[in-house]
Design a protein around this ligand. Structure first.
Ligand SMILES: O=C(O)[C@H]1O[C@H](OP(=O)(O)OP(=O)(O)OC[C@H]2O[C@@H](n3ccc(=O)[nH]c3=O)[C@H](O)[C@@H]2O)[C@H](O)[C@@H](O)[C@H]1O
Length: 432
């Protein structure tokens, strides 16, 4: 039976098939047919290869297009920007990945590091917990100083792996977090997402990096919770958190301890005490009070049990930056590599406060003086929303180990804040 067209076009295994059909010798016609069918086959094979190749390249075009549409990182140009930003310009300098770089503390620390010649790459997801345009303005400031901020989330393991692939970061300054004590009642899962899941994703990336970076990260004074012994010392128990925010920060301290213990990551946790200053966070009391006073709107001033005023150990941003940089400088090395611990690594926790608590009504009076306007005070009993009555830091440990010495009192710091606020927003502009 002559071979069907189908057989000629799609022989299963050509050589074997022909030998079986002809039992040995072939005549001219058979040779010609064989030659003709082989060349047809060859042409079809070429056609199929070309078809497959064009399909695959179309697919990769679609994939890369999709990547560019939904992911704002990757590519040769992006890698170049990351590398340039990470370049060290001083002897003995470090290259630091700063998470939350478009945030309040993150932007200040990034600038300070860049100014003294360290390499800095920022990472920030630019979420809308508060007005993202303020974060974008901070980003522009950093860009003008040569700091590149990658737009991405600390929960994105692929992005983190890529960053460590492109740059051998010596340090990570981890400041990305869901902040705010009272907002935790509104959106509890955002705290778990950033402060727990995001932290673990970041630590996983750091543990696997080779070399492993040293990590300095933001814990919080809120871990002291309902403690009554003052001032708060790092050796005090911290097992009475008053808010979910505090609980996630406390959990962060325990989680980082396990990564130090198992993988040899060098860890420094900083308990910040109500940080304030220029380029600050609009959700915080000093900031929202300023906005409302300027707009002639009332402010709500909480009052504690038995009509006792609430008090905070307000700490000025420049002092906090010095504490952060001092922590990076003294962090010591991580000891692991490739996910394996090679020896013990430092695990440290420091209070970064101001050591002189001020009551909230006094904070309002200082603002009134600087703004030359009277506040419309609406005094209410503190609702059970996660607030603690007072905070007060003992900073002897940070002073000894980091050379930390706060120098700005609330009066001076708020003057600088008000000056910045008026230059940034003017007198009447609305802030979200
Ligand atoms: O040290 C920290 O670890 C935390 O500091 C900050 O929390 P807090 O100390 O609570 O600051 P902040 O909100 O400015 O309230 C200040 C005071 O004003 C009172 N307060 C507040 C709002 C209001 O409308 N009225 C009022 O009286 C309020 O009752 C309080 O007594 C950070 O936000 C937090 O992210 C975390 O970093």
């Amino acid at each position: 039976m002559p071979p069907s067209l189908e057989d000629e076009l799609f022989p299963s295994t050509p050589g074997k098939f022909k030998i079986e059909r002809n039992h040995g010798l072939m005549n001219h016609r058979q040779v010609y047919r064989c030659f003709a069918s082989t060349s047809t086959m060859f042409l079809w094979a070429l056609f199929l290869i070309a078809l497959t190749a064009s399909y695959l390249s179309f697919q990769s075009f679609v994939d890369s297009g999709r990547n560019y549409l939904s992911v704002s990182w990757g590519g040769i140009q992006w890698e170049k920007q990351v590398r340039t930003s990470a370049q060290i310009h001083r002897t003995g300098g470090m290259s630091v990945l700063v998470t939350g770089a478009a945030g309040f503390v993150g932007s200040h620390v990034s600038l300070a590091l860049k100014r003294r010649g360290d390499g800095v790459v920022g990472l920030d997801n630019f979420n809308d917990y508060y007005d993202p345009s303020l974060k974008k303005a901070r980003k522009s400031l950093l860009t003008s100083h040569g700091v590149f901020i990658v737009q991405g989330d600390i929960n994105d393991a692929k992005l983190l792996a890529k960053l460590f692939d492109v740059v051998a970061f010596t340090h990570v300054m981890h400041l990305a977090a869901q902040a705010g004590v009272r907002y935790a009642m509104e959106n509890p899962h955002s705290y778990v997402h950033s402060n727990i899941a995001g932290l673990v994703t970041l630590l996983e990336a750091c543990k696997s990096a080779n070399p492993q970076p040293s990590i300095v990260w933001a814990s919080s004074s809120s871990v002291y919770g309902l403690n009554e012994k003052v001032p708060f010392s790092e050796s005090d128990q911290t097992d009475q958190p008053a808010s979910l925010y505090a609980a996630t920060k406390k959990a962060g301290e325990e989680i980082t301890h396990t990564y130090n213990h198992i993988y040899g990551l060098s860890i420094t946790g900083l308990r910040f005490f109500t940080v304030y200053g220029p380029w600050g966070r609009p959700d915080m009391a000093y900031f929202s009070f300023t906005r409302n006073i300027l707009q002639g709107k009332p402010i709500t001033v909480y009052r504690g049990k038995n009509r006792v005023d609430l008090a905070r150990d307000f700490t000025y941003i420049d002092d906090i930056v010095k504490g952060c940089v001092g922590s990076l400088d003294t962090s010591g090395k991580s000891t692991g590599s490739g996910g394996k611990k090679r020896g013990p690594a430092p695990y440290r926790i420091f209070n970064l406060g101001n050591t002189s608590p001020v009551t909230v009504p006094t904070l309002v009076s200082i603002l009134e003086r600087h703004l030359k306007m009277k506040a419309k005070r609406n005094i209410v009993d503190m609702p059970g929303n996660g607030d603690v009555p007072f905070t007060h830091a003992n900073i002897s440990s940070a002073r000894r180990e980091l050379g930390y010495k706060p120098t700005t009192d609330l009066q001076t710091g708020l003057k600088k804040f008000v000056k910045w606020y008026l230059s940034y927003y003017g007198y009447g502009k609305t802030v979200n």
